[in-house]
Write a protein that binds this ligand. Structure first.
Ligand code: PLP
Length: 234
C-alpha cells in the first residue's frame, strides 16, 4: 500500500514537472526533447500517455530498442555515434542531432531507405579541444558534404555548452554561426545551396542551462535530469 502511494506520488511529480516545462516552452514555440537515456520505461510510458511525442537517446542501441518498443513517438539521436551502429540511426532515428564528421555521416546516409533523414550538425563552440562536435573552422566542409548526401536533410545546428556557460555565450556563438550560414558571410567559397540553409533550427539547452538557450532563441531543448530525476528537483 505504501509502495503504491509512493508510486502515485512519483508519477504525479513527473507529470507536474513535465506540464510546467511544456507550458514554459510551448508559449515560445520551443520543442521539448525528453532525454530518456536514464529514464525507466515506466516513466516513458507516463509521458507518452500525457502527450509527449519527442524523446532523445544518446546511445544507438537504446534508441533502436525504444523505437521498436514505442513506434508511435519520435526518437531523436543526440549522442556520439560509431560507424558500426550507423544502421540503427538510419533505420530508427526520427532526427539525428549529433553529426560531427563526414565519414560517419556517409555511413548513416548509406543505410537510409525511402526517406531523407533530418540531421543537425553538432558544433564544438566551447573552445575546449576534443569536445564532441565539429570545430567552427571545419563547419563549411561538413555542411557541404552533408548537402551532397541525398538521403540526409540538414535541418539545423546543435551544441552542448561548456559547463561554465552561465551567460549563454556558447549559445550566442551557435546562433551567430547559423546567421552567417544563412546570409552567406560564412562558407561563401563553397557551392552551398543557400536557400536550403534558410530554415536551419537551433537545438541547444539542457536541464541546467535551457533558460539561457531560450533567451538566445533556441528552437529545441534537450531536458533529461530536470524532468525525470526527482532528486535533481530537490
Ligand atoms: C544527457 C544529455 C542531455 C540532457 O542532459 P540533462 O542535464 O540531464 O538535462 C542533453 N543533451 C545531450 C547531448 C545529452 O547527452
Amino acid at each position: 500500500m505504501e509502495q503504491r502511494a509512493e508510486c502515485v506520488k512519483r508519477t504525479e511529480e513527473l507529470l507536474a514537472r513535465w506540464r510546467v516545462l511544456r507550458r514554459e516552452l510551448d508559449v515560445r514555440g520551443v520543442q521539448l526533447l525528453a532525454v530518456s537515456k536514464y529514464a525507466a520505461d515506466a516513466d516513458v510510458d507516463i509521458l507518452i500517455d500525457a502527450g509527449q511525442q519527442d524523446f532523445a537517446e544518446s546511445r544507438p542501441q537504446q534508441l533502436r530498442d525504444r523505437a521498436q518498443h514505442y513506434p508511435d513517438v519520435r526518437w531523436h539521436m543526440i549522442g556520439p555515434l560509431q560507424k558500426n551502429k550507423a544502421k540503427y540511426i538510419a533505420r530508427y532515428a526520427a532526427m539525428w542531432h549529433s553529426v560531427e564528421d563526414i565519414r560517419t555521416a556517409r555511413a548513416v546516409a548509406g543505410y537510409v531507405l525511402d526517406r531523407r533523414l533530418p540531421v543537425l550538425i553538432q558544433v564544438n563552440v566551447s573552445g575546449i579541444p576534443h569536445r564532441h562536435g565539429v570545430l567552427p573552422e571545419a563547419l563549411c566542409e561538413l555542411v557541404q558534404a552533408v548537402q551532397d548526401m541525398p538521403t540526409l536533410n540538414l535541418v539545423g545546428l546543435m551544441c552542448m555548452a561548456a559547463q561554465k556557460n552561465h551567460n549563454g555565450s556558447d549559445f550566442s556563438k551557435l546562433r551567430s554561426l547559423r546567421e552567417a550560414l544563412m546570409n552567406g558571410s560564412l562558407c561563401n567559397s563553397q557551392g552551398l545551396q543557400r536557400e536550403y540553409l534558410q530554415t536551419l533550427k537551433l537545438c541547444m539547452g539542457m536541464s541546467g542551462d535551457y533558460r539561457a538557450a531560450l533567451a538566445v532563441g533556441t528552437d529545441m531543448v534537450r531536458i533529461g535530469s530536470g524532468l525525470f530525476d526527482s532528486v535533481a528537483q530537490g
